[in-house]
Design a protein around this ligand. Structure first.
Ligand code: TEU
Length: 580
């Protein structure tokens, strides 16, 4: 960026601000009091247990496999582990279809294994966080089996049942997340039931107070086991609006259920009851998965008057498909859009609530492929890590992200396990794309990308399992694996460890204010974190160009750089740097 652009961008002003960051009130410097809770100062690590570590040779990961790696996580600065669902489940949606809310899936181990994990975690200062899936259950849950048996049983009203339209067609034209109608016909009742996701995931009826109490009891069961918090799944969909048709958004004549049911007025009453009967008064954290809650509504969802401590919103990870929930072909996006999305979320949580920072999870592709095209993935992984661990908010690392794992490109749709990859493939074909094009979209978006087994070493199945793995191991495990990276000073893993240590040692990085710098740059993502007159600056180059830096950067002290031979006047392509 040249001098004129630099000044025009407002970066000159922000640069000035970081020379004089302390607030002077009545001539006295005001020191911000430390009032962060444990979960605001730690790092959360998300584990997809099915793919983390198999200790039995079954080909599927298990809870003892998680326990086995607690020391590895401790070394990464992790203070809490979010486990994706470990409950009994027919696995229609890999555990998000739950058939018993207060038990452990035998494939993952026993309740004793779970209690052991909690206890071993406790010894190391690592809490276990459960995933609560209460928008829907499995269709094999005993509640649903009873509910579907007649129109008069004691749980007849526990799910969303509706009559057909007079012409026999489904009650509305809503399309489920995984394709096709949200309505499934039930012979016994001669009625349709609603499923926002798969047919095997019927939506619970939150209007029924007995349902809510049963849900709250299930969550309290896990609090009694000593868990450190909850991630609450698909929560903005629990309140249903009027059951009317919407304007079709695709050739199938349907409309995405998300558009119709997200954040329906009245939802907050349910959530306040949830808070009061479950979360309140416990030293835990809650993070709701709330795709589609707008920044201006955040104040109702998080913070003192809200219901959760944090919510995962999706503005920075949905840039890749701008056509809403009807996602198909990936769209182009700009770095300024990513910076704006993150900065808007920072602004919305500056004085109220807290922000969970993430770039990967079990529903998203690997970040080195999602935010970059055909680049050195080691460098790209360090770019993302640097933003993640110096940003304001609680960082969430998804398993394998810390070693720079990448997407897979399987050559047939048949090879894909993810129910949503199949839905997307069929959807693309219906929209008129060729099979080859549809497969390209799957390569880019499939959730299997992040679900392949964790790469521990260069031995059989990457050290994940001695059996036939439930999902193939990524072929690149010989070079990308934790054991090799542990020994390599310049690895992605050791970069994460260095960043985690800097974050833990410097309050500015947990408590400090966030300020975007060089807002207009399409190459550099730079921001400062200031507290009581001390400032850290992060500057990373997202582009494939060497970019010159202005004096406001070059006269600062560099404390970490991803290039061993760095030049203070420039950032090389994908170079990541921290100043103090
Ligand atoms: O995802 C719910 C959800 O809302 C996402 O589909 C989201 O809208 C999408 O990722 C936008 O990019 C949760 C779980 O994370 C997912 O794994 C489950 O399949 C789903 O709920 C059903 O339980």
């Amino acid at each position: 960026m040249n001098r004129r652009n630099f000044i025009k961008s407002g970066a000159a002003l922000t640069a000035l601000a970081f020379f004089y960051p302390e607030k002077i009130i009545g001539g006295e410097k005001v020191m911000a009091a430390e009032k962060l809770k444990w979960w605001q100062k730690t790092i959360v690590y998300q584990i997809y247990p099915k793919s983390f570590q198999d200790t039995t040779g079954s080909g599927t990961g298990d809870l003892n496999g998680v326990t086995q790696h607690l020391d590895y996580l401790k070394k990464l600065g992790v203070g809490a582990i979010w486990l994706t669902p470990i409950y009994p489940s027919p696995q229609v949606d890999n555990g998000y279809d739950i058939s018993d809310y207060t038990a452990i899936n035998p494939d993952f181990g026993t309740m004793a294994d779970f209690e052991n994990l909690v206890a071993e975690g406790e010894k190391r200062g690592i809490k276990i966080v459960m995933d609560l899936v209460y928008n829907h259950s499995s269709d094999k849950h005993k509640w649903f089996l009873e509910s579907k048996s007649s129109r008069t049983n004691s749980k007849a009203d526990w799910y969303i049942w509706k009559d057909a339209k007079p012409d026999g067609t489904p009650p509305t034209n809503w399309r489920s997340f995984f394709g096709g109608s949200v309505w499934e016909w039930c012979e016994e009742r001669q009625q349709f039931y609603m499923h926002s996701f798969a047919k095997g995931q019927p939506d619970l009826n939150w209007e029924n107070s007995e349902v809510r109490q049963a849900i709250f009891d299930a969550a309290n069961f896990w609090l009694d086991k000593g868990v450190g918090g909850f991630r609450i799944d698909a929560i903005p969909y629990i309140k249903k609006p009027a059951f009317v048709d919407g304007k079709p958004d695709a050739k199938d004549g349907m409309i995405a259920v998300h558009t119709m049911t997200v954040n329906t007025p009245g939802i907050l009453d349910f959530l306040h009851e949830f808070k009061e009967k479950v979360f309140a008064g416990h030293d835990i954290f809650t993070v709701g998965e709330a795709n589609g809650v707008a920044p201006e509504d955040l104040k109702y969802w998080i913070g003192d008057n809200g219901v959760f401590d944090m919510i995962f919103e999706f503005s920075h990870v949905n840039l890749q498909f701008k056509n809403g929930e009807v996602y198909c072909r990936p769209t182009e996006w700009k770095l300024t859009e990513l910076k704006k999305a993150i900065s808007d979320s920072q602004a919305a949580t500056k004085n109220n609530g807290w922000y969970p920072m993430y770039f990967e999870n079990h529903d998203k592709p690997r970040c080195v492929n999602y935010f970059f095209k055909n680049v050195d993935t080691v460098k790209a992984a360090k770019v993302i890590a640097t933003i993640l661990l110096t940003m304001r908010g609680t960082p969430f690392i998804f398993e394998g992200q810390e070693i720079g794992m990448t997407n897979v490109n399987w050559n047939s749709i048949e090879n894909y396990n993810d129910i949503s990859a199949h839905a997307q493939f069929d959807f693309a074909i219906n929209e008129g794309f060729t099979a080859a094009e549809a497969l390209e979209f799957v390569h880019f978006f499939s959730r299997d990308n992040s679900r392949t087994p964790m790469q521990w070493n260069d031995k059989t199945n990457a050290g994940f399992s001695t059996g036939k793995t439930w999902l193939p191991v990524n072929e690149n495990y010989k070079t990308i694996n934790a054991a090799a990276e542990d020994k390599n000073f310049d690895s992605v893993l050791n970069w994460y460890r260095k960043l985690a240590k800097i974050r833990a040692d410097n309050k500015e990085l947990t408590q400090g204010d966030y300020q975007l710098l060089l807002a207009d740059s399409e190459e550099i993502f730079a921001f400062s974190r200031s507290l009581n007159g001390k400032t850290f600056i992060t500057a990373v180059n997202f582009s494939d160009k060497k970019v010159a830096l202005q004096k406001d950067f070059t006269d600062k002290k560099i404390i970490l750089d991803s290039e061993s031979n760095f030049d203070k006047n420039f950032l090389q392509p994908l170079e990541a740097r921290i100043y103090k």
